[in-house]
Ligand binder design. Structure first.
Ligand code: ADP
Ligand code: MG
Length: 238
């Protein structure tokens, strides 16, 4: 099985269980959105897939490889953080290439990958700028560029648009959708915004208190919610 598979994935913080044995298949090339109220475990689940958070029990597979306890760098995933995670003293090009540089990639290879990411994201004219001289949308593109240069099989986004204004959010949603079509990569996207979930997802995973309430296409969840929580969250009239 390709894509991302979670089997009975569990997370305990000390004595507190915050993820309760989650089973999920995200297919190769799918755009999967995790949605649910604040504190339901969206970020924790994403961080476990990224390897930034240890998995307490269960198994995580990426492209059929068991990566449950693998190093983040060995999972074939890249996480897109919010824009403020850019290094202020580095140029756009340096920000995008930094991870590769740390991993010892040759300069010419880094330059080629940065150029390719810049082309995809239309950042070419901005490569020598510092983050302070970019707009919010441009900074977010750089944050995405940092993920692209690593050529991941799976992109992980944790509320990447939450500190952008409404107009820019709409623009960046379209941008990320275009990126998904162009790269054909598996993407898992966390948001608490129902509109984002409904407009971007192939598959929506509704989480509540560390458990999956329902998984399905936007239409399915809208037309046929399993319960009132899903109906209320997705905004359908059940
Ligand atoms: P979401 O991203 O859906 O808002 P989180 O994954 O951040 O939710 O949090 C899920 C639960 O885990 C919350 O109850 C939160 O307080 C708890 N939690 C998250 N990180 C930690 C941590 N490092 N230590 C203890 N509890 C945590
Ligand atoms: Mg979160």
């Amino acid at each position: 099985m390709s894509g991302v598979q979670l089997s009975r994935v569990t997370k305990d913080f000390g004595p507190v269980r915050v993820i309760h044995g989650v089973d999920l298949q995200v297919d190769q090339g799918e755009f999967c959105v995790f949605v649910g109220p604040s504190g339901c475990g969206k970020s924790t689940l994403l961080r476990m897939i990224a390897g930034l958070e240890e998995t307490s029990a269960g198994e995580i597979r990426i492209e059929a490889q068991d990566v449950t306890h693998a190093d983040p760098a060995d999972r074939g995933v890249a996480m897109v953080f919010q824009t403020y995670a850019l290094y202020p003293h580095m140029t756009v090009a340096q920000n995008m290439g930094f991870g590769l540089k740390m991993n010892g990639h040759p300069k010419a290879q880094i330059a080629a990958k940065v150029a390719e990411a810049a082309r995809i994201l239309k950042l070419d004219p901005l490569l020598d700028r510092k983050p302070a001289n970019l707009s919010g949308g441009q900074r977010q593109r750089v944050a995405i560029g940092r993920a692209i240069v690593r050529g991941p099989k799976v992109f992980l986004f944790d509320e990447p648009l939450s500190n952008l204004d409404a107009e820019l959010r709409v623009e960046m949603r379209a941008e990320i959708a275009r990126l998904h079509r162009e790269l054909g990569a598996t993407m898992i996207y966390v948001t608490h915004d129902q509109v984002e979930a409904m407009t971007m997802a192939d598959k929506i995973v509704v989480l509540r208190a560390g458990r999956i309430e329902q998984v399905g296409s936007p239409m399915r969840l809208y037309d046929d919610p399993d319960n009132r929580f899903v109906a209320g969250f997705i905004g359908s009239p059940a």
